[in-house]
Design a protein around this ligand. Structure first.
Ligand code: AHR
Length: 637
């Protein structure tokens, strides 16, 4: 029986509760949401990401009958210093075709009748008379651009003519006659001579909302269908990278794509930055979500320089003033007038109106060390001074409890942070056992953004059990929406065959999008979000029928995250002690479900705090009602 008193005013539920967290993990950006079909389009892959990767990864030289020539990677006169590598393609004899082939991401999937926009940057180096005398340009360097099926048959073909000695962009369109899942892009030189080529690109015309340099329509729509109130981006650990040189620096992810600095990412592949800050903000606007960018707090991933050697865990203090300014510049880029320094960069990209940024997250899952605190404080205070209208979101470390968590909260109290970001990836049972977590939160402290969470079931699969646990937990978040203002499942996307992390909310291949059961939970809570939480009372019919608790029922006693020991556990009915346990035996009616337990001198001790301990109690025969009392001590501080 469920009783709800409809006269109560209730507690408002945050209007921004359900959002998404996008990180470039599992090929979520290049080869995923970003609609670019060419892999390694700017020849910037390098072995830092994978030992076998080179500037020519995903490319092959094509040399058909009678053809002769060479392809080499160069860096002498690049399109832009941020994009240093390009290829020099010298055709000595065009024959039946000399040039390059790109395999895309597991092939290039094209659909009959759709238009594909091809472009490249090129400049002529010398013409066919190179071995003659003058070096004077005799005419354009012509290329046939093709989409070919795996059997070599031509699906679409067009021509581009590269002219001039300066870098310029050249275009053509391709409309395949047949649908093909694993096509390849082929570029065949038709003239003798040498050309420099870079930023070789192929986009479907039908990107999400038809945006140039846009997003894959089906994937973007799947995210839009969640009606997320906000999007957190671009990470995750990706934000602080694997070393100070790998931090995600937002200014390098705006402006013309050929001028952005691509870099290896911490998840073991490459990020072109084609999906950069402009595209993230535009996507948020297109789907009616608040942008929640995350900037590095000036420290490496969890304060550890994985590149090794430098010993630096944070940006040197003398670099911090410039870095703080970089963070302030982001706010100007997003919200400043079009004639401001950074607002003009946004305007030049086609968005003179401000993006109306409200939130800024600083740091991700940091260890709350002095190195972190010093840098975070500088950034936070500067933003608060200059932009009190921006809600800064801090971090309380990688876990739901423990030293970083506690120190993170202490630090948040000290700075009076408006909001902190909590993260936890835990077993489904944890969610059930912690439904009251936020009931106990002090309302006077910082608000919570649950920026990353997911129920990790056995084998890290997306299961109904994990989805139900998340759903139950979301009801608890709604009940506590005066504390938890925002929440986002993590991670969002996983490319089948290229995942570094499971479970994810959405899986995809080049042609398919799979919405998981966990996706539908998020969608349910998002599309049917409540305005207010009404207190309800629930009566168990079994209890009202006088049955109470039955022998052999298994009652959950509690979870302990910190190492503890217990020396008294008793069950009383009225004045009568029906059962008491002094833990002199290894097993009794109690049962330790997890954790590592030992009985020492009549005391039940949890060996380590590494695994949260759960304890069940088997109800002894004859018990109908009981009071449970428990005496415990925390071990290890
Ligand atoms: O969501 C995957 C990763 O989990 C994130 O990058 C990181 O913040 C967390 O550890």
């Amino acid at each position: 029986v469920l009783r709800i008193d409809l006269r109560q005013t209730g507690k408002p539920i945050s209007t921004n509760l359900i959002g998404v967290f996008f990180e470039d993990i599992n090929y979520a950006a290049d080869g995923g949401l970003y609609a670019e079909l060419v892999q390694n389009r700017s020849f910037e892959y390098r072995p830092t990401a994978r030992p076998d990767w080179t500037a020519l990864t995903a490319w092959e030289t094509v040399r058909r009958r009678g053809a002769d020539g060479t392809v080499v990677v160069a860096d002498a006169f690049p399109v832009h210093p941020n994009n240093p590598h390009y290829v020099v393609l010298e055709t000595r004899a065009p024959g039946d075709g000399f040039g390059l082939r790109n395999r895309g991401f597991d092939g290039i999937s094209v659909q009959a009748g759709n238009v594909y926009d091809f472009s490249l940057f090129g400049r002529q180096l010398f013409t066919g008379n190179r071995w003659g005398n003058s070096g004077v340009l005799e005419g354009p360097a012509e290329f046939e651009v093709r989409l070919e099926a795996p059997d070599g048959s031509v699906l679409a073909s067009a021509t581009v003519a590269v002219t001039g000695r300066e870098w310029r962009k050249f275009h053509c369109t391709l409309t395949p006659a047949r649908t093909e899942e694993r096509a390849q892009l082929v570029l065949l030189s038709r003239t003798r001579g040498g050309v420099a080529l870079d930023e070789i690109s192929l986009f479907p015309r039908n990107t999400f909302k038809g945006r140039p340099n846009g997003l894959r329509a089906d994937l973007a729509q799947t995210i839009a269908d969640l009606k997320p109130r906000f999007v957190r981006f671009p990470g995750g650990c990706l934000v602080h990278g694997y070393g100070l040189n790998n931090l995600y620096r937002w200014p390098l992810a705006v402006g013309p794509v050929e001028q952005r600095r691509s870099q290896p990412n911490l998840w073991g592949y490459h990020q072109s930055m084609g999906l950069g800050y402009f595209e993230y903000f535009q996507f948020c606007e297109d789907i009616g979500a608040e942008p929640v960018p995350v900037v590095p707090a000036g420290v490496c991933c969890q304060n550890a320089d994985h590149q090794g050697g430098t010993g630096q865990r944070g940006l040197p203090m003398e670099e911090m003033p410039a870095y703080v300014q970089e963070v302030l510049d982001l706010i100007e880029w997003a919200n400043g007038p079009p004639d401001s320094r950074w607002g003009s960069v946004r305007a030049a990209a086609g968005h003179p109106e401000p993006f109306r940024l409200k939130y800024l997250a600083v740091g991700n899952e940091e260890h709350i060390t002095p190195v972190f605190k010093e840098r975070f404080r500088m950034i936070y205070e500067a933003v608060r001074r200059k932009h009190p209208e921006i809600t800064v979101i801090g971090t309380v470390g990688p876990f739901h409890s423990g030293p970083d968590y506690e120190e993170g909260w202490r630090f948040a109290d000290e700075l009076r942070l408006p909001m902190v970001d909590e993260h936890y990836y835990v077993a489904p049972a944890w969610f059930w056992e912690n439904l009251e977590r936020y009931d106990r939160y002090d309302r006077a402290r910082s608000k919570v953004y649950l920026g990353e969470y997911a129920a990790h079931d056995v084998g890290r699969r997306n299961t109904l059990r994990s989805a139900l646990a998340e759903a139950a937990y979301l009801t608890a978040l709604e009940r506590n929406a005066d504390v938890v203002l925002m929440a986002s499942y993590a991670p969002l996307l996983g490319r089948e065959g290229n995942t570094q992390w499971r479970p994810n909310l959405i899986y995809f291949t080049n042609t398919r999008v799979l919405r998981t059961v966990n996706y539908y939970v998020q969608q349910l809570f998002s599309l049917h979000a409540g305005d207010v939480y009404l207190r309800a009372e629930c009566e168990d019919p079994r209890a009202s029928a006088g049955e109470g608790i039955r022998p052999d029922d298994r009652l959950f006693l509690g979870t302990w995250d910190t190492q503890a020991e217990f020396d008294d556990l008793r069950v009383e009915a009225g004045d009568r002690v029906v059962w008491a346990e002094d833990f002199s035996k290894d097993r009794g009616p109690w049962e330790a479900l997890s954790g590592d337990w030992q009985v020492v001198n009549g005391v039940l001790q949890q060996r380590s705090a590494a695994t949260p301990a759960r304890c069940l109690f088997n109800v002894p025969p004859g018990t109908t009602r009981f009071t449970l009392s428990l005496r415990a001590r925390k071990l290890g501080g």
